[in-house]
Design a protein around this ligand. Structure first.
Ligand code: CP3
Length: 357
């Protein structure tokens, strides 16, 4: 495979020396970009996901517009339940809806067994086109939801404030919950392996709803399946990033899952996490996404605070602590990327000097 022109992101994932801290932004291909909205006007969301040429186009937009150090393949975590036969609708302003949620054993039995390399071939085709059009400028990240986060949507049928239905399932039908989670883990491991085989340079597991579980339940219904996936992904040295939002109590346990990089939300203290984990993994994050509503001065102050908090040396990938919000100005996103590039060099002098000598 040809050499990447910018491999800062991959080097930081492996905690190898870098000249500056790399940055990408969760949900960087999205509605805050007028260029995305122009494409979105022509197609509904799922058609965009299922049309490789279009998915590749919006994947590359933030590379050209913002200058981020990695691309993330445009898709959605919910294409997996959709491929299992759950009818998915994206409601404007309301988010995703499944009108046939999984609540009982019989619903589980209706889920279709599928091979991701066949039924989700459109995702793999989007990778092929994206890789070609990226021309090795930056690495490409592939992603999946965690089994637990997918279960949340599959049982609730939509987003929720308290996730009472899925939590009711783990307390009243734990065997059923485990059966679904296990099935999802197998599919996700195959799916992420295929993404790597088709050219993704890293993969991220989004565990958006890990933080709604108690410390114990997180281990039993969530992390164990993430661990199973990481153990079965077929990869050479492609890093695995785990972003589990709101799971303060279990960050050290996530390290044991085999993740190479841990994504932190903005409520975590990156310096403390680094110290507690003794540099065993790289860290990604963790600017509060709403800082992007502030002016340049404030954005700079907050960026410097995070860079200083992480401190010297490699192993930090700058990102937001969750996805970029749709009403953020693209100018502010550009400003963020520029500031991280400007301000982070001084935290790597020692690394690059050590490498030279
Ligand atoms: O990061 C990227 O740029 C890649 C694209 C990406 C999307 N969804 C596109 C999308 C990624 C990584 C996701 C992941 C995803 N999808 C998650 C986990 C990450 C997170 O933010 O917590 C979740 C929970 C979903 C499920 C989902 N998809 C929701 C809740 C919504 C509605 C909320 C929203 O932002 O509109 C979606 C729709 C969605 N996924 C959009 C995009 C660009 C907006 C759809 C549109 O254009 O109308």
């Amino acid at each position: 495979m040809a050499k990447l022109k910018n491999d800062l992101f991959l080097r930081a994932c492996k905690r190898l020396p870098v000249e500056r801290t790399p940055i990408w932004i969760m949900r960087q291909a999205g509605r805050y970009l007028p260029e995305y909205r122009a494409v979105r006007e022509k197609y509904d969301f799922l058609t965009m996901c299922k049309t490789p040429q279009v998915a590749a186009e919006v994947t590359i937009q933030p590379i050209d517009i913002l200058g981020v150090d990695a691309a993330i393949l445009f898709s959605d975590i919910l294409v997996i339940p959709e491929a299992m036969g759950m009818y998915l609708e994206m409601h404007e302003g309301k988010g995703p809806v499944f009108n046939n949620p999984i609540r009982a054993e019989s619903d589980f039995n209706n889920l279709i067994d599928f091979d991701p390399t066949d039924k989700l071939k459109y995702v793999l085709d989007a990778i092929t086109i994206t890789k070609k059009n990226l021309d090795n400028r930056v690495p490409l990240i592939g992603f999946s939801g965690s089994p637990w986060t997918l279960l949340c949507y599959m049982v609730e049928g939509k987003g929720s404030k308290d996730f009472a239905l899925v939590k009711k399932m783990i307390y009243t039908q734990p065997d059923l919950a485990h059966k679904i989670l296990d099935k999802l883990s197998d599919v996700i491991a195959k799916y992420l392996s295929a993404k790597i085989e088709y050219g993704c340079n890293a993969v991220q597991i989004f565990d958006t709803w890990g933080g709604i579980l108690s410390q114990q339940d997180f281990l039993e219904f969530d992390l164990i399946y993430i661990q199973k996936i990481i153990q079965s992904i077929k990869r050479k040295d492609e890093p695995v990033i785990v972003f589990a939002k709101g799971v303060h109590h279990n960050i050290d346990k996530i390290v044991e899952s085999g993740a190479d990089v841990i994504g932190l939300d903005w409520t975590m203290n990156i310096s403390e996490v680094r110290k507690n984990l003794s540099d065993k993994v790289a860290l990604q994050g963790n600017l509060d996404p709403t800082v992007l509503f502030a002016d340049e001065l404030k954005i700079r102050t907050e960026v410097k605070r995070i860079l200083e908090s992480y401190g010297y040396g490699s192993g930090h990938i700058f990102n937001l602590g969750h996805g970029i919000l749709p009403n953020v100005s693209p100018e502010n996103a550009k400003t963020l990327v520029r500031i991280v590039k400007e301000e982070s060099k001084i935290f790597h002098h020692r690394d690059t000097e050590a490498q030279r000598s």
